[in-house]
Design a binder for this molecule. Structure first.
Ligand code: PLP
Length: 440
């Protein structure tokens, strides 16, 4: 039995995170960014429109529109489909805040649905329980890169005449029934922030087949593009003012995303092959399970999250587990999602710059679910298991698995260590972000 690094043994994982990751900005992106800067295209550039065309084609939708962030892509989508004061929007609690915050920014109220404990995603069943006469839309998030089970969600939205927005921020290139995610809802939204599969640094992009939705998104944040809309567009006349927001992406960010789009499929393939190898190596450890993928879906590996079944591992706390793994050189952490329904923005119903909760159009008491058991369970038991294996060799991946197996072999010593140091109840700090790496 090899000695844990925590107790002075050798680290299992030899390489740093950077050494097993692809470059954030490929050489082509750096060159293009430099060209844009030298040409003075630092606010407006045709490159943005060219990138939109390419991304729209890549996903398989007629229109694509770049915005400043994934957050503003969701705000634009909500506005596009007509969500406004007094409306309810069904959302998961098990997601990053930015799936939900824009609902309040539209003066509407979020209704939180629970997620499935195996897929980590919202389900048609959970959504159905939340439908009221005020429901206007649903936001489905493909959490960590695993598509939601979309057929029943799409059917439910149709049946109740609800708009469906997909938050594909973790899932660039994932498919369901052979079609890319982002093509199932009325609007598909993607973050291109610096930790995403398609990164711009900061930026977002939305896709839709619906001309009206596209034009409304333009009208919300892109006054400068409204005068080039067709003569018969209802939104041309707003070119002097837009609708009060500015969502224009930085062309340098679009250039970075454009360069990254060229390798997205190839890199997704590498990430998937490596992730599957890691999952295979870990399959004998019953205290860790991986996210379940719906039958019709092909996931991508935005993030490697799983579930820690403490009861199958002597009750060892997540804190001690993560500490031991981190000492082995594993990049890992707790799960930051699952508690939005308990967040002060929604429980206090005040201090928001908007008035969604006190809006006369919303003439009922805003109710939050007392508990969402699956989301709350995953908040405690969810675990960020490993970074994306990108430029990792087979040996690098094996070292990650060795670290987990070393920890498994040394359970008795870890339990004793936990008791001696009173770590059983110690909470792991987690800030609700998509990645929170463990810090002691
Ligand atoms: C699920 C999800 N939705 C939306 C966003 C918001 O994207 P951005 O940070 O680009 O505003 C993120 C970002 O991490 C996310 O993880």
């Amino acid at each position: 039995m090899s000695k844990l690094a925590l107790f002075g043994g050798e680290k299992a994982v030899k390489k740093s995170l950077k050494e097993i990751s692809f470059d954030f900005v490929p050489e082509k992106g750096i060159k293009k960014a430099e060209e844009l800067m030298r040409a003075g295209e630092i606010s407006l550039s045709p490159l943005v429109y060219e990138f939109e065309e390419k991304f729209g084609r890549y996903i398989g939708r007629k229109h694509a529109l770049c915005v400043t962030s994934g957050t503003t892509s969701i705000q634009s989508a909500l506005f596009a489909v007509g969500v406004g004061a007094g409306d309810e929007v069904i959302v998961p609690s098990f997601t990053f805040w930015a799936t939900v915050g824009p609902v309040v920014a539209c003066n509407a109220v979020p209704v939180f649905a629970d997620c499935d404990v195996e897929t980590h995603n919202i389900t048609a069943e959970a959504i159905e329980k939340c439908i009221t006469p005020r429901t206007k839309a649903i936001i489905a998030v493909h959490v960590w890169g695993t598509p939601c089970d979309l057929d029943p969600i799409v059917a439910l939205a149709k049946k109740h005449n609800l708009k469906l927005i997909e938050d594909c921020s973790h899932a660039h290139g994932a498919t369901y029934n052979g079609k890319k995610v982002g093509t199932f809802g009325d609007v598909g939204c993607f973050s291109m922030q610096g930790s995403k599969l398609l990164m711009a640094g900061e930026g977002g992009i939305l896709v839709t087949d619906n001309r009206e939705y596209y034009e409304r998104s333009l009208a919300l944040g892109h006054y400068e593009r409204l005068s080039s809309l067709p003569e018969d567009s209802e939104y041309r006349k707003y070119s002097l003012t837009g609708f009060g927001f500015k969502h224009r992406i930085h062309p340098v960010a679009a250039a970075i995303a454009d360069a990254n789009l060229q390798t997205l499929d190839e890199y997704n393939e590498i990430r998937t092959k490596n992730a599957k190898y890691f999952e295979e190596l870990m399959s004998d450890l019953d205290f860790i399970t991986f996210q379940k993928v719906p039958e019709k879906a092909e996931r991508v590996y935005g993030y490697h999250y799983g579930t820690y079944h403490k009861e199958k591992f002597g009750g060892l706390s997540l804190y001690t587990l993560l500490k031991a793994l981190t000492e082995e050189g594993v990049t890992c952490g707790p799960c930051g999602y699952g508690m939005l329904h308990k967040a002060p923005l929604y429980t206090e119903k005040k201090n928001s710059p908007m008035h969604a909760f006190s809006c006369p159009c919303y003439d009922k008491e805003y109710d939050l679910p007392e508990t969402l058991p699956n989301s709350e369970f995953l908040r405690e038991a969810g675990i960020y298991l490993a970074p994306r294996f990108e430029s990792a060799t087979k040996e690098d991946i094996e070292q990650y698995s060795i670290a987990y197996h070393k920890v498994a072999e040394n359970l008795a010593a870890l339990l004793a260590y936990e008791e001696e140091n009173n770590l059983g109840e110690k909470k792991v700090d987690s800030a609700g972000r998509s990645i929170t790496t463990f810090k002691d």
